[in-house]
Design a protein around this ligand. Structure first.
Ligand SMILES: Cc1cc2nc3c(=O)[nH]c(=O)nc-3n(C[C@H](O)[C@H](O)[C@H](O)COP(=O)(O)OP(=O)(O)OC[C@H]3O[C@@H](n4cnc5c(N)ncnc54)[C@H](O)[C@@H]3O)c2cc1C
Length: 403
């Protein structure tokens, strides 16, 4: 009986457990998680939960699985204890409480942590990755005092929207000229900046933070433009770093994540897989190694590896490359990727029609991605057509027909 040990009890870890049992794995399964919490979903942490009442029902609503469901799946659950080392020769995972767990197959699903803030005054600076982080930030937002959000990526801008919704005066600061530009491209990023302004959020794009001083309730955020912003709370959302420290010395190849082959098998050891935000794999479409930090990818990779363990090696992992973000009442969706050397076709208009799709082609002229705002139908259609290998012009025309 193969014992599968999964380290990391969040989205990818939970989906791996569920996938193994759904596909008929009857051997022992152990799920190890550093957080003492039952697995929960992270997207609501920067959206609905941030402005919720934090009732038991609201928190239960973000759980990925219940204790009873884990029981039914006959999983040995070790929550609140981090893995601290991996011995691939002896096939042992060492835990923070001094115990060891032997495995036949190991699935690494330790995700990522918020990139630490370089600015750490005594208090008042927050980061968002965990349920506890969200609870602490929500309590600050409830005070309706000025908030500076450092980082105009999708998490930073969602926090800004939540803070504005709570009635806080908000400023978003980012050295890039526009919000979420890496994800959505300049055609949409400009409109997003306008959306934030219309909702009362002030922005300092193109400006970097050089220091945060003071304490909660009386912070000063200094910018490289010389401007000084007063804030009660600062939230620093400047990306994330893969959680791989515990794998130092394990012999696994670590380079901005756990490096895997096309089958998500970790390079450097047998019978070890990596899935979700921690995994860096050779992306078949893009021809480069990619570490995705997206919900859909984490679940897809976990299910893929569960199938690989139960039924043997299938085809290489193919990513759906799908991501979404909610900004106020706008729904931003992206599938595929953007090639800065490529070109774009814009269909629709946010100003006139309230919805838009941007079809991206790469440097060779092949379609590589589509970003939509408030137009899920176009996104779904484009996704199918991208998978069918249709040309950029055909996809753009099909989306025009939808208008
Ligand atoms: C605030 C927020 C909002 C988001 N919104 C969106 C969104 O709108 N759309 C989207 O596509 N994606 C979104 N994401 C990204 C998405 O949530 C992640 O891609 C997803 O959570 C990745 O799942 P994971 O299981 O790979 O990693 P994680 O969710 O990071 O979980 C990893 C788990 O492993 C644990 N762990 C780490 N080290 C150890 C160790 N040594 N031993 C044991 N356990 C360990 C961690 O404590 C954690 O519980 C958001 C993320 C955040 C933080």
């Amino acid at each position: 009986m193969i014992h599968v040990v999964i380290v990391g009890a969040s989205l990818a870890g939970t989906r791996a457990v569920q996938g193994l049992r759904a596909l008929g794995h009857t051997g022992p399964v152990t799920l190890v998680g550093a957080e003492a919490e039952l697995p929960y979903d992270r997207p609501p942490l920067s959206k609905s939960l941030l402005t919720s009442d934090w009732s038991a029902a609201a928190v239960d609503g973000v759980r990925l699985i219940t204790a009873a469901e884990l029981d039914q799946l006959a999983v040995t659950v070790r929550l609140g204890v981090a893995a601290v080392a991996l011995d691939t020769a002896a096939r042992l995972v060492r835990l923070a409480d001094g115990t060891e767990v032997a495995y036949d197959v190991l699935v690494i699903a330790t995700g990522a942590a918020a990139r630490p803030s370089p600015w750490n005054p005594g208090s008042g600076v927050y980061q968002l990755r965990t349920l506890d982080d969200a609870r602490a930030i929500a309590a600050r937002l409830a005070r309706r005092e000025p908030v500076v959000v450092v980082g105009g990526g999708f998490i930073g801008t969602e926090i800004a929207a939540a803070a504005a919704g709570q009635g806080c005066p908000v400023v978003v600061v980012d050295p890039l000229p526009e919000p979420m530009a890496r994800l959505v491209g300049p055609e949409i990023a400009g409109s997003l900046a306008g959306l934030h302004l219309r909702n009362g959020v002030r922005t300092r794009f193109g400006a970097g933070v050089v220091g945060i001083e003071g304490e909660a309730g009386a912070l000063t955020v200094s910018l490289d433009t010389g401007e000084r912003l007063a804030a009660s709370t600062a939230v620093v959302g400047i990306g994330s770093v893969p959680a791989v420290e515990w794998l130092a010395g394990s012999g696994l190849k670590l380079d901005n994540g756990v490096v895997t082959d096309r089958f998500l098998r970790a390079v450097g050891a047998d019978d070890v897989y990596a899935v979700g935000d921690v995994a860096r794999w050779p992306h078949s479409g893009r021809g480069v190694e990619v570490r995705a930090e997206h919900w859909t990818n984490a679940g897809d990779q976990a299910r893929y590896v569960a199938a690989a363990i139960v039924t043997g090696t299938p085809d290489p992992y193919e990513s759906s490359d799908y991501v979404w973000s909610d900004q106020y009442d706008w729904k931003v969706n992206a599938v595929g990727w953007r090639d800065p050397e490529g070109s774009t076709v814009v269909i629709g208009s946010l100003d006139d029609l309230g919805k838009v799709a941007v079809v991206h082609t790469d440097a060779t002229g092949a379609p590589c991605g589509v970003v939509t705002v408030n137009w899920v139908r176009a996104l779904n259609q484009a996704r199918r057509r991208l998978m069918a290998g249709e040309s950029g012009a055909t996809i753009a025309e099909a989306l025009r027909q939808l208008l």
